[in-house]
Design a binder for this molecule. Sequence first.
Ligand code: CP
Length: 293
Amino acid sequence: MKSLISTRDLSREDVERILNYAQQIKGGDVPQLEGDVALLFMEPSTRTRISFEKACRKLGLETYTVVGESSSMVKGESFFDTLKTFEALGFSSVVFRVPFVLFPYEDLVKNLSLSLVNAGDGTHQHPTQGLIDLFTLLEEFGSLEGLRVLYVGDITHSRVFRSGVHLLNAFGVKVSVCGPRTLIPREVKSLGVEEVFDDIDEALENSDAVIWLRLQKERQKENFIPSERSYFRQFGLTVERYEKLRGKFLHPGPVNREIDIDGRLMYSEKSLIQKQVENGLYVRMAVMRWCLE
Ligand code: CP
């Protein structure tokens, strides 16, 4: 039984195994597993929660959901004690989304006989989204060696970026970022970024694929941007920029229309958004298999 908290804990071999499983499952080869999975979601989610639930059920796993206000964590119970409760009830795995950063987590994992699967912890990690983006890019490009992938937007608050950059680097991708300097962490190069662009049009000229990120309005405690309108003008995917895009674009969702992306482009020819959601099911089934086999 294994846990997946951060993509930084995955070797290239682990990632390849998970992606192979996802490919097999997508091709119709669906293994059957036994066990109960708790889905503990303390933050809003549509695609992650429903795709984990569907993934588990398709694998023959029973699912039980606890959401936000209905958890005793709002009465002060700790995360560890909540997980111990699931352990005592005989769950095999807990898929969790929490508003706080879970770091360090080694002791937590060591002191539980459960498989823990991170579905997003604060601004830290969202490993299955990173794996989905990698899987989707591999489907699109075949090999990623030397590919130039650009992340645009709110890098500071992005657990999707922190999960993806490590995986993309492991597959030979040159990762760059572009966004307001107020939303790019100082240590971004140490995270695996080759270049930081201030000018989106220059960044697009130097990219083969682009991952637009959501401006995380709920985490903007300071005035990081002058206005949503100016942010869209400076960094958003406008129709003019869409025409100049060399390759495809991705967005993990949910999208802020007219802030991250012009709404008319969401399901356009160069958009991989629907593909990412579709692949979410297969990748999450693969992750559950990898964790529980
Ligand atoms: N990408 C993502 O995590 O979406 P949800 O918040 O809808 O789960």
